[in-house]
Design a protein around this ligand. Structure first.
Ligand code: ACO
Length: 353
């Protein structure tokens, strides 16, 4: 049975670097609070008008070039995002169009922060079943559409306006625990079938439990409402995600540790044997706790949350791209990917590079 290996990767980081001090111009927050509670120092925002599919297509083009794979070789495209350009269609076709690819099978999946792991399992299953030989997997997000700021708040954040009004300050504070965490980014990998049994995806453990879905979700602008979007929802702020941070923190640590231990145990791999662990970057404290409980050494665990914040489905391919380009991944290296996010969806994927 063929196995799936990652043969190239790419990323797209938007141009606007936003510091914690810039955020403190428009809400009651500080660089010290954000760094201490989450580890985030900067994040990148797109210019107004740049979309998720724009970032995804750029990252995908870079991944194809890095893999020396022609776009016409791709026979499956998987797009993972929770911030698609449109309600429908999904971003798969938009990326296919932007890259000028021939018509291919494509999936649009939305498992939020666990999206890339779900996408990798889908890619691997197609490869193992002989349904695909070359798969383009794209994780991409533009979170700035969630940011609840008025035009004046945006101008103030960028230093183009003196200050926000009292009402704007209050409004922005309502969402401060959430907005400081997120950044925009796209990242992609090219997966290819190989007959080399010493390499490729070994095993994936994926789980969804919707019991607590409302601890992290977007209450408004959905088809539970008629019409699905209206000014009253925006006035209430229902277009911005609701997040019970402490609850999600506890669930993330529990589930990420559990999934990692299970997938390692059932494949007879010890944590200390892993070359790298690529953890979703929602909060540096979550990852430090998980790393400690799993008994991992510092050099096994990569972090980039300090630069990019949480980039949801783009996070793990972004970590992969940086590690691969830094020469930290050699063929055959055992690598664990692990993530937890809204849904709640989580998982762990073990592979040999
Ligand atoms: N600046 C300053 N103070 C703040 C801010 C801010 N940006 N945000 C909240 N605070 C205040 C709170 O109001 C609270 O004040 P109080 O004590 O007076 O009530 C205090 O800081 C502590 O708030 P907590 O919510 O308890 O802070 P915590 O240490 O839990 O950190 C955080 C909050 C960073 C959100 C954390 O809970 C977290 O990271 N949770 C998990 C997030 C996550 O994993 N999300 C999943 C992925 S996202 C996805 O799937 C889409």
């Amino acid at each position: 049975m063929p196995r799936s290996i990652i043969v190239g990767s790419g990323k797209s980081i938007p141009p606007i670097c936003v510091t914690n001090d810039m955020l403190s111009r428009v809400m009651d927050t500080t660089d010290a609070w954000i760094q201490e509670r989450s580890g985030v120092q900067t994040r990148y925002y797109v210019e107004k008008g740049t979309s998720t599919a724009d970032l995804g297509a750029q990252a995908a083009a870079e991944a194809l070039a890095n893999a020396s794979v022609d776009k016409d070789e791709v026979d499956l495209l998987i797009s993972a995002t929770m911030t698609p350009d449109h309600y429908f269609p999904g971003n798969g076709g938009l990326i296919q169009k932007r890259l000028g690819m021939k018509p291919v099978a494509s999936f649009d999946i939305r498992q939020q922060c666990a999206g890339f792991l779900y996408a990798m399992q889908l890619a691997d299953a197609h490869v193992r079943a002989g349904l695909a030989k070359t798969v383009l997997v794209v994780g991409h997000e533009v979170h700035t559409g969630f940011m609840p700021y008025s035009e004046n708040s945006w101008a103030c954040l960028y230093g183009q306006s003196e200050k926000v009004t009292e009402a704007e300050w209050e409004w922005n504070n309502r969402f401060r625990h959430l907005v400081v965490l997120f950044g925009d980014a796209g990242a992609a990998v090219v997966v290819k079938a190989t007959d080399d049994e010493r390499r490729g995806v070994v095993d994936s453990l994926l789980r969804t439990d919707g019991t607590d879905f409302d601890k992290l979700y977007v209450p408004g602008t959905g088809f539970r409402h008629r019409p699905y979007t209206d000014p009253a929802q925006f006035e209430r702020g229902d277009h911005v995600p609701v997040m019970d941070g402490r609850h999600v923190f506890k669930m993330a640590t529990t589930r990420m540790i559990e999934a990692s231990q299970q997938v390692l145990a059932r494949n007879g791999v010890k944590p200390e044997e892993l070359k790298l662990v690529l953890m979703h970057q929602a909060n540096k404290r979550i990852n430090e706790y998980c790393a400690k409980q799993l008994g991992l050494r510092e050099e096994q665990v990569l972090h980039n949350i300090e630069r990019y914040g949480n980039t949801t489905a783009a996070t793990i391919p972004l970590l992969w791209d940086e590690a691969a380009r830094a020469g930290r991944i050699a063929p055959g290296d055992p690598i664990l990917m692990v993530a937890f996010g809204a849904g709640m969806n989580w998982g762990a994927t073990l592979l040999r590079a």
